[in-house]
Design a protein around this ligand. Sequence first.
Ligand code: XIL
Length: 393
Amino acid sequence: MLTRRGFISTGLRVGAGLAAGSAATFLSGCAHRVAGPATLPSVTNQITGSGSLKAHAAAHGLLTGAAVAIPLLRSDPAYARVLSEQYSILVAENAMKWKALRPAPDRFSFGEADALVAFAEQNSIKVRGHNLCWHEALPDWFAVTVTKENARQFLTDHIMNVAGRYKGKMHSWDVVNEAVDAKSGRDDGLRKSPWFEMLGPDYLDIAFRTAREADPHALLTYNEYGIEYDNEEEAQKRAFTLQLLRRLKAANVPLDAVGIQSHIRAGSSYSFGNGIREFMASARQMGLQVFITEMDVNDDELPDDDVAKVDHAIAAVYRDYLTTVLAEPAVTAVLTWGVSDGHTWLNNPMRKQRHPNRPQRPLPFDENYRPKEAFFAMRDSFDKGMSRNLVND
Ligand code: XIL
């Protein structure tokens, strides 16, 4: 049984006009104004309002959203406008990670996270929290301050403070991110993360129980990557992930959803299908919802081709993948890891690029916020997906 907490009747509540107005109000107080809505393409009319991603998703009981870079939200009105017009749920790309929230062991810095929550509230958009416990994005002080002796206190204090601050405002929280490492050599496949090294497998139980205490309304989510494809490595990781979810459920640990990150690739020699289908069905049988939390399509493996061909291939992957996952009734939200190709982690300078002269194009909008083929593939997939008439509100 799914633990969905209300009817979705609100999907179309945010009309394009109202949303754009609120975005403008939000931005009017910001210092750096850049190019305004005039830069939006004429095709905008057919893709907003009843033509938006969120309207097409809502018609089938789905939420759809994107990861948000708060500096962009503050500086770029066109970005804010696309967010308000297209999405029913948002997540901070970085602003709610430890590194962003914890400048020092005894200090919290909520400016960016608060800005996202305020923007979402003004535009009647839901928010996912990402994340409360991860082996990455830890502040520099962490390694020299957190020890076996105080780790439990640091973890519970952090969760009580952060999830407590947004209590009642969050759709869901990624409570633990990426706890499985099939290559760890352990029978349970748990990653030897700093949290694991200090607290053992129990760190997950502690994190979820504390999150429930801090915010009883948020859907508590376990979020994982590398579980999408039908190959041996990912099949093994799916098995370890299910083993973990079952253990948590058996121990009565509060857990409402599993997030499948969905950083997938165009031109891959692997395909997806039965593996992820069975994984999602198993999650449903445990009473979990399934969220597609960080979808994007890496085009590194495509030939160094012209952009139209790249975009076409990427859209085909969006279509295939979303058609596959949306056949599963437990899937209630689809989020991409970013909005436009102008800002994607896949083009971060730190990452090695196979095609240095052709930046990656993994997202539904191009660098000028024009909808790409992938946008239409998303919309079509929402249309074709089965109807879910219940999601949490
Ligand atoms: C990424 C951000 O997009 C980057 O800006 C940052 O430098 C590193 O983290 N899985 C996750 C996300 O759960 O938090 C990651 O986000 C992408 C992979």
